[in-house]
Ligand binder design. Structure first.
Ligand SMILES: *Cc1c(COP(=O)(O)O)cnc(C)c1O
Length: 334
């Protein structure tokens, strides 16, 4: 692959660390657990969207945009990091926020909501759950055009084939690190939401013929729907990269048992995972994504899904700034 053909801005100084999780490994017994610290990426508060935005914002700048337009849920990490990138680049930023849970938007809420205001978001348009967010962003761009301005629309989660290149780059980074460290990675576990992260990692591993299984832990959709969308997105990433061999269907793996009642709604296993990572490893997860993904990791490890002695790498995709909004959900006793 030849990623340097694609224009890219840089928002992180170097690779994010990979390190062992010795206490969790000891507690569980069996597989050896490791973590890739993408919570330590650049951008205000860090997290996975920063890697996607490196490619998306480079494209926005190449097109002469003055405003980034994107969408997400009311506590969206992606919206926070898009706004942060806009601040860095001297661009404006307008957000469309979807109330996936009715009446969940509160202007005075903490977490990412607070950060939208702190970083000076130009405009927030709150829309009901189920709204066509693409159409809402096109309207936002049209309103800007009417004022002689130029918006650049970034899809939810930054998950198109351009944004997903950020996670192709991450896959290459992980492979290089694992070689340097002498660490044979046998399995990767990552949260699977809008899908750019999961699909990008899959395409990167496939393009390098590294043959490492990747399990995406769904945070929203049922397995069949999520696997179909990951397969489609990964295929379009492969197209963009000129990877001819298709990804075999069996390599798209989604576990959907950790979603609970729905996106962003708390579960006991999420709270247990957030508490366990904090107390045993001093690592902050978030309740919406990494808490549910880690619940999947812990359950799969405890139930013998990975063989004893296998090295399992959990990709920490960030999200901790939202913890301050969801205090009761993560402190609940489990
Ligand atoms: C967006 C997000 C994810 C999911 O990544 P996708 O590429 O949307 O699947 C995981 N973790 C955190 C913290 C996120 O903000």
């Amino acid at each position: 692959m030849h990623l340097s053909r694609f224009p890219r801005r840089r928002y992180t100084a170097g690779p994010t660390p990979i390190h062992a999780l010795p206490n969790l490994t000891k507690d569980i017994g069996g597989a050896n657990l490791f973590i890739k610290r993408d919570d330590l990426l650049g951008g205000a508060g860090g997290g996975n969207k920063t890697r996607k935005l490196e490619f998306l914002v480079a494209d926005a700048l190449a097109q002469g945009a003055d405003t980034l337009i994107t969408c997400g849920a009311v506590q969206s990490n992606h919206c926070r990091l898009t706004l942060s990138a806009a601040c860095t680049e001297g661009l404006k930023c307008q957000l469309v926020l979807e109330e996936r849970v009715a009446k969940s938007y509160d202007e005075d809420a903490s977490g990412n909501n607070f950060l939208y205001r702190l970083m000076g978001v130009e405009k927030i348009n709150v829309v009901p759950g189920g709204t066509d967010l693409g159409a809402a962003m096109v309207e936002t761009a049209a309103a800007l055009a009417a004022q002689g301005r130029k918006g650049y629309i970034i899809p939810g989660g930054g998950s198109n084939s351009l944004g997903a290149l950020g996670y192709v780059a991450c896959a290459e980074e992980m492979l290089a690190q694992s070689f340097e460290m002498g660490l044979r990675i046998d399995h990767v576990v990552v949260a699977s939401g809008s899908g750019g992260t999961h699909a990008g990692i899959l395409a990167g591993i496939h393009g390098n013929n590294a043959q490492i299984p990747v399990t995406g832990v769904s945070v929203r959709h049922p397995q069949a729907r999520q696997e179909a969308s990951i397969a489609a997105l990964a295929a379009s990433v492969c197209d963009r990269l000129g990877i001819a061999a298709p990804i075999p269907a069996g390599e798209v793996r989604v576990a959907d048992a950790y979603v609970g009642e729905g996106y962003s709604l708390p579960t006991d296993s999420m709270a247990e995972a957030v508490q366990t990572f904090a107390r045993r490893e001093g690592i902050l997860l978030d309740p919406v994504y990494t808490g549910k993904a880690a619940a999947g990791l812990l359950d799969l490890a405890r139930t013998g899904h990975f063989a004893a002695g296998e090295n399992v790498l959990f990709v920490h995709t960030g999200g901790a700034p939202s913890l301050y909004h969801y205090r009761a959900d993560v402190l609940r006793s489990v």
